[in-house]
Design a protein around this ligand. Structure first.
Ligand code: GRF
Length: 194
């Protein structure tokens, strides 16, 4: 497998994917200033800022994303803090698996500000989820989750950090399962054959 990683920001999950030695064909960002692009350059991995504003529509933008993924011969897309919802057009035309990591125990707290949502709700545990991307919002079949306790002292910042630690552990693990073809999906449920 050759990975295309999409990232908009800090790039700490990208870093954990790089550290595990996966074959990354290209790193794509929709933000020029993304730290993820700097990391890519350091590691001499092909990387590209693709500016959404340079395209007449979301579909045109997504066509370009797909073109770049295909030009680099990637066959697995990993979203790592890509702050843009991919449309059904993209999902249908990608013809490859797309993975995402989300900082909550899905199906709780999808969407933006997952940590704050968890704190506001008052849950005693939260965590992170690696899942296949489907046409919904953070709604695809779940591959792996990790749990972290939430304490009364937690702030958004402390919870972000606790969860990130687990993200960096399980995202590469889940990618490995996909790359090694140890996963199948039956009735929307992921079955792992180790
Ligand atoms: C992570 O919290 C991830 O779960 C969410 O976006 C954030 C990306 O962080 N999808 P980073 O850019 O990988 O550091």
């Amino acid at each position: 497998h050759k990975l295309a990683v999409f990232a908009s920001g800090r790039g700490s999950n990208l870093q954990s994917i790089i550290d595990q030695g996966f074959n990354i064909g290209v790193i794509i960002s929709d933000k020029k200033q993304a730290k993820a692009l700097e990391k890519a350059k350091e590691k001499k991995i092909p990387s590209l800022f693709i500016d959404p504003k340079a395209f007449s529509s979301k579909t045109e933008y997504e066509k370009e994303l797909l073109k770049v993924v295909n030009e680099h011969n990637c066959n697995l897309i990993c979203l790592a803090g890509f702050m843009r919802i991919l449309s059904p057009y993209f999902i249908r035309n990608a013809q490859m698996k797309i993975l995402n990591i989300h900082p909550s125990l899905l199906p709780s707290f999808p969407g933006l500000h997952a940590h704050q949502q968890a704190l506001d709700y008052g849950v005693k545990f939260s965590g992170c989820t690696v899942h296949f991307v489907d046409e919904g919002m953070d709604s695809g079949p779940i591959i792996m989750q990790a749990v972290v306790p939430v304490s009364d002292e937690d702030t958004e910042e402390t919870l972000v950090n606790k969860i990130l630690k687990e993200e960096h552990r399980i995202y590469p693990e889940a990618i490995r399962l996909v790359v090694e073809e140890k996963i199948k999906v039956q009735n929307r449920k992921v079955i792992i054959n180790e």
